[in-house]
Design a protein around this ligand. Structure first.
Ligand code: NAD
Length: 369
């Protein structure tokens, strides 16, 4: 009997529940048609949890997240919750989960589907076939370093301070993830910092170079963050895995995602440290937000959420064939000319969120027949 996989599903707000509904249909399809079975719990987070339970991240949801094999997260937020104090913002849910689950590695693939290469603002030949992975350190660096804050000086002027801190263990653990991911891809790591002007950059470069001794089969190159931003726009296909700190990763991953031109297509994963059994805490989510402007209209693209589920199968459950199957189904549906409004092109057929879900199920049936 195949072992059951525990999965916690947190749809959240806005389009989150709409796109998750389509993914749940695909999960059910896998339950019935493949050798994998899921024990699924579902919970409220974000604004939905604030409305019902007066907190963006209920204790029971956190306890479930700590006990599960993988979390599939939708998106949180919306203008109706923008007035509360910071601890009552829907976004506290995702920040709290990242912190409590120790999710230090954020994986953001940027892939360009042949059929959507014209959606990019860059020329087709620059992005066609693009398949890169940005690995961002998520729990350290300037977003967390102390001291931080704004103080008022004696002369009445204000002074804002943020502090960038990295230790060798923090760099080593993200570096290891980078080398290990590269081994499953095209065997190249680009380590990105500002060693020319920052002490943390010097330590980052030294540590990555030393760690490379354990991963000699993988190519390592170093690049300054400003040059990396330029190269991502100039010749993005030179990269395989880019590993960088929290701040540079924040910016470079957004830049890389826009090379693809379609926010509604991009998944992400956040991973914690391996446990004694080799498993890791992990959370998977689309990179888009709750899109309040189109919520409730059956317009959202469910593919980023679906591809997040494919990443979950690949990285948490080691189910490569099943992940490949989902990615192939998504590709074929696009090839057949179906598009949600966000990726609509001349000559294509516009479909709703639900219709896209139905087309995916049909394609999965066809591929598995
Ligand atoms: P957004 O990603 O929600 O939307 C940006 C634009 O992209 C909108 O025009 C939206 O309609 C479109 N879009 C996004 N996803 C789409 C999809 N799947 N299909 C079709 N179109 C899609 O970003 P925003 O507007 O800056 O933020 C809206 C809310 O989401 C805010 O409250 C923000 O804080 C929150 N947010 C949450 C997360 C998260 O939960 N991790 C991430 C980003 C933003």
């Amino acid at each position: 009997m195949p072992a059951n996989k525990k999965m916690l599903v947190l749809p959240g707000d806005g389009i989150g529940p709409e796109v998750m509904k389509q993914v749940r249909r695909v999960v059910d399809w896998f339950d019935k048609r493949r050798a994998v079975h899921f024990d699924i719990k579902e919970g409220l987070v974000g604004g939905a949890a604030i409305d019902k339970l007066k907190t963006p991240l209920p204790d029971s949801v956190l306890a479930d997240a700590l006990a599960t094999d993988a979390v599939l997260f939708g998106s949180v937020g919306g203008p109706q919750w923008d007035t509360g104090d910071f601890s009552m913002k829907p976004e506290r849910a995702i920040l709290g989960l990242r912190k409590e689950l120790g999710l230090f590695a954020n994986l953001r693939p940027a892939m360009v589907y042949e059929e959507l290469a014209d959606a990019s603002t860059l020329k087709r030949e620059v992005v066609s076939g693009l398949d890169i992975l940005i690995l961002r350190e998520l729990t350290g660096g300037v977003y967390f370093g102390e001291p931080r804050g704004v103080t008022t000086l004696a002369d009445g002027t204000k002074r804002g301070v943020d502090t960038q801190i990295y230790t060798t263990p923090e760099i080593e653990r993200i570096g290891r993830v980078a080398f290990e991911l590269a081994r499953k891809r095209r065997n190249k790591v680009t380590s990105v910092e500002k060693a020319n002007v920052m002490h943390t950059g010097v330590l980052w470069r030294e540590t990555m170079t030393r760690l490379h001794g354990e991963y000699k089969d993988v190519e390592l190159e170093h690049m300054y963050a400003d040059n990396c931003a330029m190269q991502l726009v100039r010749r993005p296909k030179q990269f395989d895995v880019i590993v960088t700190d929290n701040l540079f990763g924040d910016m470079l991953s957004d830049l890389a995602s826009m090379l693809t031109g379609s926010l509604g297509m991009l998944p992400s994963a956040s991973l914690g440290a391996p446990d004694a059994t080799g498993g890791r805490r992990a959370l998977y989510e689309p990179i888009h937000g709750s899109a309040p402007d189109i919520a409730g209209k059956d317009l959202a693209n469910p593919l980023a959420q679906l591809l997040s589920f494919a990443m979950l199968l690949r990285y948490s459950f080691d189910l490569k064939d099943d992940a490949d199957l989902i990615e192939k189904a998504a590709k074929n549906v696009l090839k057949s000319g179906l598009r949600t409004a966000d990726i609509m092109q001349p000559g294509a057929t516009k479909v709703s969120t639900t219709q896209m879900g139905e087309a995916l199920l049909k394609e999965l049936d066809r591929l598995a027949a």
